[in-house]
Design a binder for this molecule. Structure first.
Ligand code: HEM
Length: 275
């Protein structure tokens, strides 16, 4: 073997590992996007007809904690705007991170990006108000989980906007991906809880008030674990060595399986009954 060929080998290995890592990332994004669009479909099917026909009391058919409350105009408006803005935010999030859309339609990307950030802020702060202002929570500890999620959504989305405005596109892209993870915290929560029920053939460490050890862990881990995986994925992608790329490809494949299981479980137990 010539010296040149011997030197080329590690480079080829790294490039193959890099391609595999990126492909697993794309695969996860596709599975997650499918699951997020099923969630969107559920929101429209569960709340669309009742809202359009003025039968607001039917919102509660999905088993909400509070939902529609008679004579609470402000609270009801908050709830309705929350669920319908969730539809726009989820749709915009997918479009923002889809490379062909981003590259071919930069103006569209800028405008959906700005709308996405405004909607994410309204959703997170509106949800925060419902939790603590309207008192819609099962347990304080679970509510702290979603409140920390609010803080991360607000900070990350503002950082994404800040770096876009300063034209620091690489840093902007990193924060956009972190924002994508945290804005889907409540979606991850549903997947994690239902996936946990499937794995354990029922509740295990869960309570009706969602304050059992498994509930508390899921309240925080549902967005912190995906965030950690994203950071490790980025580091492996930046690395010049093949090993971290292979290891992370395996981790992302596990994440694909876990996300697929969570989507299936949430579809079966939470969403499809309202289709
Ligand atoms: C940013 C992404 C968010 C999305 C996509 C989202 C989506 C939803 C949806 C679809 C519902 C209706 C419940 C259901 O049918 O499953 C809901 C309700 C609710 N959300 Fe969010 N949400 C988000 C963020 C938040 C945050 C950050 C909080 C709290 C800090 C929050 C608090 C609430 C509350 C209190 C309700 C009312 C539950 C009830 O009345 O039982 N949401 N959300």
């Amino acid at each position: 073997m010539s010296m040149a060929a011997a030197e080329a080998l590690p480079g080829q290995g790294v490039s193959l590992a890099h391609k595999v890592l990126k492909s697993t990332g794309v695969l996860w994004f596709l599975v997650a996007t499918a699951g997020q669009w099923i969630f969107v479909y559920y929101i429209l099917a569960a709340y669309g007809p009742s809202t359009l026909s003025g039968n607001f009391a039917a919102w509660d058919d999905t088993g909400l904690i509070s939902g529609y409350v008679e004579n609470d105009l402000v609270g009801n408006l908050f709830f309705a705007s929350h669920v319908f803005l969730a539809v726009f935010m989820t749709a915009a999030a997918t479009l923002q991170l889809t490379p062909p859309v981003r590259k071919r339609f930069p103006t569209f990307h800028r405008w959906t990006g700005r709308s996405f950030i405004v909607i994410a802020l309204i959703l997170a702060l509106g949800g925060f108000y419902m939790t603590w202002g309207r008192g819609v929570r099962l347990s304080d500890i679970g509510a702290l989980g979603v409140s920390l999620n609010t803080v991360l959504i607000v900070s990350f989305s503002l950082l994404t906007l800040y770096f876009a405005m300063r034209r620091k596109i690489n840093i902007h892209r990193r924060w956009a991906m972190r924002t994508f993870i945290v804005v889907h915290g409540v979606w991850f929560f549903r997947l994690s809880l239902m996936g946990w029920f499937v794995l354990n053939q029922g509740p295990n460490g869960n309570t009706r008030m969602l304050d059992g050890p498994a509930d508390i862990t899921i309240s925080f881990a549902c967005y912190l674990v995906p965030l950690l995986i994203l950071e490790l994925y980025q580091r492996a992608a930046d690395s010049r060595q093949a090993r971290p790329k292979w290891v992370m490809s395996g981790v992302i494949l596990l994440a694909v399986a876990a996300t697929g299981l969570g989507v299936f479980a949430a579809y079966m137990m939470m969403w499809s009954p309202h289709f």
